[in-house]
Design a protein around this ligand. Structure first.
Ligand code: FPP
Length: 239
């Protein structure tokens, strides 16, 4: 979509790797979980702002399949934030018409969190604004294994032959089925890696890394990412 006022192209799908909560807290002499609490605040503000910019799909990486390796105390603190967020989110984002979806393997969460996830999605299902994919216990490799299993079942049942499998059929079996691939992936906290985020979908995404730590990320930082994105020459393998 073209922002007529600023003459900037607004990407359809943006992914964000929200990194740096722990360092943000440490810099202030606070326990790491406090950084996640502030990160959750940023999460809400930024999601609202981005939806107003005309982005159609926003995917936020909240918890990876590898994050369970963190100290139990930190995992528990993150789960507590999720639980509270989910309770609030039953009404949150309603007036912004933001449609919340969850991507990732939800079966690993505590039963009350799974119930809240289901309820939140059910509540938001008729909204027509920006789709907000919250990636929780998400891993790109795990998602591809899941797609491979689904396709194998179809082969086994005789519904399809292995030689019929196409790239589109894999896309259709990812959590993001039916959504455009991300045009832009932003990573806060200064690292330059994907960390198992949207591996299949990111084939031609533009990557933008900023040193800003996630709790400090502001609408102006997003605007800066969009400005840089607009200077990129996307060729998708062509010339
Ligand atoms: C990365 O920072 C952050 C996480 C692994 C957790 C993300 C969680 C939130 C942003 C909370 C909000 C989410 C929701 C859905 C309410 P890090 O701990 O890896 O930071 P570091 O690199 O400085 O250690």
């Amino acid at each position: 979509m073209l922002d007529e006022q600023k003459k900037l192209y607004i990407p359809e799908h943006v992914g964000i790797i929200m990194d740096g909560n722990g360092r943000w807290a440490k810099k202030r002499g606070l326990p790491r979980p406090v950084g996640h609490t502030y990160g959750a605040k940023t999460f809400r503000e930024i999601a609202r702002y981005i939806s107003k910019q005309g982005v159609k799909v926003l995917t936020l990486y909240a918890f990876s399949t590898e994050n369970w390796k963190r100290p139990l105390e930190e995992v528990n603190a993150i789960m507590k934030i999720f639980r509270q967020y989910l309770i609030d989110s039953l009404t949150d984002f309603r007036k912004d018409d933001i449609k919340i979806c969850f991507i990732g393997d939800r079966s690993a969460f505590a039963p009350d969190i799974i119930r809240l996830i289901d309820e939140t999605e059910e509540n938001a299902k008729d909204r027509e604004g920006m789709v907000l994919n919250l990636a929780m216990n998400y891993g790109g490799r795990d998602e591809l294994v899941r797609a491979a299993r689904l396709l194998s079942e179809e082969v086994r049942s005789g519904a399809i032959r292995p030689e019929d499998i196409t790239e589109q059929m894999i896309s259709d079996r990812l959590y993001t089925a039916g959504q455009p691939d991300p045009d832009l992936i932003i990573r806060t906290g200064g690292e330059h890696r994907l960390s198992n985020f949207l591996l299949y979908q990111a084939a031609y995404s533009e990557f933008y890394s900023t040193d800003t730590l996630w709790p400090d990320f502001k609408p102006a930082d997003f605007d800066q990412a969009i400005a840089v994105f607009n200077q990129r020459n996307r060729r998708f393998g062509g010339v």
